[in-house]
Design a protein around this ligand. Structure first.
Ligand SMILES: [Zn+2]
Length: 328
């Protein structure tokens, strides 16, 4: 499984920071983070609220453009070790320059340069999706959306919406999504994770997204499932994340296979992998165990993901060729 070439569409950059990387930065900055690791050095938390505390503490040490460039290199190394050949990562101007456009340009330049250097040496190809934070409210989503629109292009390829799904309705964020769409960006939105089918429907109908982050709770409304299948809306499913945060007790109870059986386009990602003690290889192994999926099933998932990637056509062709070359 590890060697199989993979495409990952749903990965938060800060959430992909390995514990050792965060400990290194904390040591340099003389910040005490001892309360967030277990005895083996992994992130340790008890339940969702505690997860948020640990996540916030860990990511608080990642500050400057230089920190972000190092983070990009570290994350790409991890992805490479998992056979990931192409990934899209959520990046947030709120964390990178406080929503200020000129500061954002500095962060972006540092991240992009690091990513392009890794790709030039044969490592995974990375693209960025700008992600306003939902629980900061619709007004504060405007600055990151403008940052995204101003820097839209070959590297910043999309707009998403992360953060607490319980806050507001999708339509409240329509300004940010319209702004991004007009700038040529592709659209995705976290929905159907902490809230049910209405949240997914709102993202599709009111924001016009072509992908949904998670979206798994669409399964609670089969008419919506049919709509997703008919329209070819792609779900960025992160099974390990859903189980780690208690959305489902185990993989057998997770709806990914049922959604796929109903012809919804599903893909597999890790969300915040070290926080959920997972990797892409582990996700594949567990899906194979739970549902009997084989190499041919995973190859098909990766083709769906490559087709749904927000990159330009040339990059997509290259990814598809590499996936095909591995198909036996
Ligand atoms: Zn996410």
């Amino acid at each position: 499984m590890r060697d199989m070439p993979k495409v990952e569409l749903h990965l938060h950059l800060e959430g992909a920071a390995p514990p050792a990387f965060v400990r290194g930065l904390a040591a340099e900055k003389k910040v005490d983070l001892s309360g967030i690791f277990d005895e083996r050095g992994a992130y340790a938390y008890d339940g969702f609220v505690d997860f948020l505390r640990v996540y916030e503490a860990a990511t608080s040490v990642i500050g400057s453009p230089e920190d972000y460039a190092r983070l990009v290199r570290t994350v790409l190394e991890e992805l490479d070790a998992q056979g990931v050949i192409y990934a899209e990562t959520f990046v947030s101007p709120d964390f990178c320059g406080g929503g200020d456009l000129s500061a954002w340009r500095d962060y972006l330049a540092a991240m992009r340069e690091a990513a392009e250097d890794v790709a030039a040496k044969g490592g995974p190809v990375l693209r960025g999706i700008v992600t306003p934070i939902r629980h900061f409210g619709p007004e504060r989503a405007k600055a990151p959306a403008l940052c995204a629109a101003e820097t839209a292009g070959a590297w910043i390829v999309g707009l998403g919406l992360g953060g607490n799904e319980a806050v507001g309705e999708p339509k409240d964020y329509a300004w940010a999504f319209d702004c991004a769409r007009e700038a040529g960006l592709r659209l995705t939105c976290h929905a159907g994770e902490w809230r049910g089918p209405d949240s997914v429907r709102g993202a599709v109908e009111d924001l016009g997204v072509e992908r949904i982050g998670h979206g798994v709770r669409a399964i609670e409304d089969l008419a919506l499932v049919d709509t997703l299948a008919e329209r070819g809306i792609v779900l960025e499913v992160c099974p390990g994340s859903n189980i780690a945060l208690g959305l489902y007790p185990n993989l057998r109870a997770h709806p990914i296979a049922r959604l796929r059986d109903r012809e919804v386009k599903v893909t597999v990602s890790t969300d915040d992998p070290p926080f959920f003690h997972t990797t892409m290889t582990q996700e594949y192994d567990r899906l194979a165990d739970a549902f009997g999926w084989e190499a041919v099933d995973f190859a098909a998932l990766n083709r769906v993901a490559a087709e749904a990637a927000f990159c330009d056509a040339d990059t997509r062709e290259k990814i598809l060729k590499r996936l095909e070359a591995a198909d036996v």
